[in-house]
Design a binder for this molecule. Structure first.
Ligand code: ATP
Ligand code: MG
Length: 446
């Protein structure tokens, strides 16, 4: 992408409405524009990151064997009357009437609708296990929308629903989600800690929230510092192997890590003092096992091998896709701007032309741009007639992890400069070597 032809409306001044760094940088980097309280347009740069995050979510769901579909944003109230939640949900639900005076709502979540799909089309144990998910906009009329995309009213969520023949199978689905979520967040450069939580209005016995540690997080968290060292890494997981998947969950949930809702001071005191931490966290996902709560209320049954009919066992599992942009920035920035992890960056690398209009620098930049493109990497090429300082400031603000700087002085010696946004360290090398290096860095990320 050539910056001269892109739409990147960066702001020089700090927007006064933004109280936390991620909101401030998302506005300044021209990623989002507020349209109403808690409702945003996703401008091109923000949209690119949102799509990257969605793609990682899809890839990791596929790896766990989960099936994508798409349900509508608008739902008929009657479905929610069946579960009893139409009256229970309260003012967070946006209620709408259509021209025939029928009650509709903008979905805050999809348990009822997915149960309706299941009961219409599935009836036998032979079709199970089955996990369906979608990535769709939700609306919750939050009392206090704030912090930009972190607590929006309209927000993008991945929500998945498992259907299983018995409780053991449903608990395996729960564990499978925990492990696939761990990998999902790690690919985004995040440490998201599964913490035992309270189930709230969805109801159920088992639930964990995934929290990213950040001083601006809305939840108070209590944890053993050793949990932050746990990593799934590159391990191959056989998602059908119940013991293996349960073993990984055990590894990640044995050390103390809880939000204030389930905090237990007596247990917390047993942690060695130097590892006992109180902090704040951002909830980026949650998994629930709730058994037959919805299937019983809505008559979603399956025939078992012995011929009896039982309500199907279920759980639901969510990832805050749009909130993740804020969480990643909270976890990865400095005083100049965002520092995108390679997994989610909008562009893998930026090219800064220090002397636009100079035939040899222009030619070298074009050559780099095309060589990267031929390797499947779309650079953001700053080809504007701008001072070098302004170009660097823009690159630092929008946070591409790597920058290639091209100027006449270096070119005279046959070199360009490759700079890491995270460390600020630069290295001189030939243009070919820089392309190879960037290609190598992104192996495994795209
Ligand atoms: P919170 O406690 O933050 O209000 P929740 O527990 O009500 O969230 P869930 O029903 O668990 O939310 O939804 C799944 C995920 O969707 C959450 O973990 C969070 O990442 C995201 N999410 C929830 N509400 C919002 C919101 N208002 N804006 C952006 N993301 C949200
Ligand atoms: Mg939650």
């Amino acid at each position: 992408m050539r910056l001269s032809r892109y739409f990147l409306p960066v702001l020089k001044e700090n927007p006064s409405e933004a109280q936390i760094v991620s909101h401030r940088y998302m506005l300044r980097a021209g990623m989002i524009k507020q349209q109403a309280a808690g409702i945003y347009s996703w401008l091109p740069l923000g949209y690119r990151v949102l799509k990257r995050i969605e793609q990682i979510v899809h890839e990791e769901q596929a790896r766990a064997g989960h099936i994508p579909l798409l349900m509508p944003t608008l739902q008929p109230a009657d479905l929610w009357r069946e579960s009893g939640r139409y009256d229970d949900y309260g003012q967070e639900m946006l209620r709408i009437k259509d021209r025939h005076d029928r009650d509709m709502l903008f979905g805050p979540t999809n348990e009822e609708m997915i149960t309706d799909i299941f009961r219409a089309h599935v009836g036998s144990y032979k079709d199970l296990p089955m996990t369906l998910y979608h990535i769709q906009w939700k609306f919750r009329d939050e009392m206090r929308p704030r912090f930009g995309v972190m607590r929006g009213r309209e927000f993008l969520m991945k929500d998945g629903y498992n259907f299983d023949i018995d409780k053991d199978a449903a608990l395996h689905a729960y564990n499978r989600h925990m492990v696939s979520y761990l990998r999902t967040y790690e690919r985004m450069g995040l440490t998201a800690i599964p913490m035992r939580a309270d189930s709230g209005p969805i109801g159920g016995d088992d639930t964990h929230e995934f929290l990213v540690l950040a001083s601006t997080g809305e939840s108070e968290v209590f944890y053993d510092a050793a949990v932050t060292d746990l990593k799934l890494g590159a391990r191959e997981v056989d998602f059908d192997n119940r013991d293996e998947v349960a073993g990984i969950c055990k590894e990640f949930t044995t050390l103390y890590a809880r939000t204030d809702e389930t905090h237990d001071a007596a247990l917390f005191d047993q942690i060695p003092e130097d590892r006992r931490k109180v902090g704040r966290g951002i909830e980026v996902g949650q998994i629930f096992y709730f058994g037959t709560k919805y299937s019983e209320a809505m008559g979603a049954t399956v025939v078992t091998p012995d011929g009896s009919k039982v309500p199907v066992e279920m759980g639901s599992h969510g990832i805050g896709v749009s909130r993740l942009l804020g969480a990643i920035i909270e976890a990865s920035h400095d005083d100049k701007g965002i520092i995108w992890p390679e997994g989610v960056t909008p562009f893998p690398v930026g090219i800064v032309n220090l002397k636009q209009g100079d035939a040899s620098t222009d030619l070298a930049c074009e050559g780099l741009y095309k060589a990267l493109k031929a390797k499947g990497l779309e650079a953001l090429y700053d080809d504007r007639e701008e001072r070098a300082g302004a170009k660097f400031a823009t690159m630092d603000l929008i946070g591409l992890p790597w920058r290639i700087t091209v100027g006449p002085r270096g070119l005279a010696n046959g070199v360009i400069e490759l700079t890491s946004r995270r460390t600020g360290e630069s290295e001189e090398m030939s243009a070919e070597a820089a392309v190879d290096r960037v290609v190598q860095i992104y192996e495994g990320h795209r």
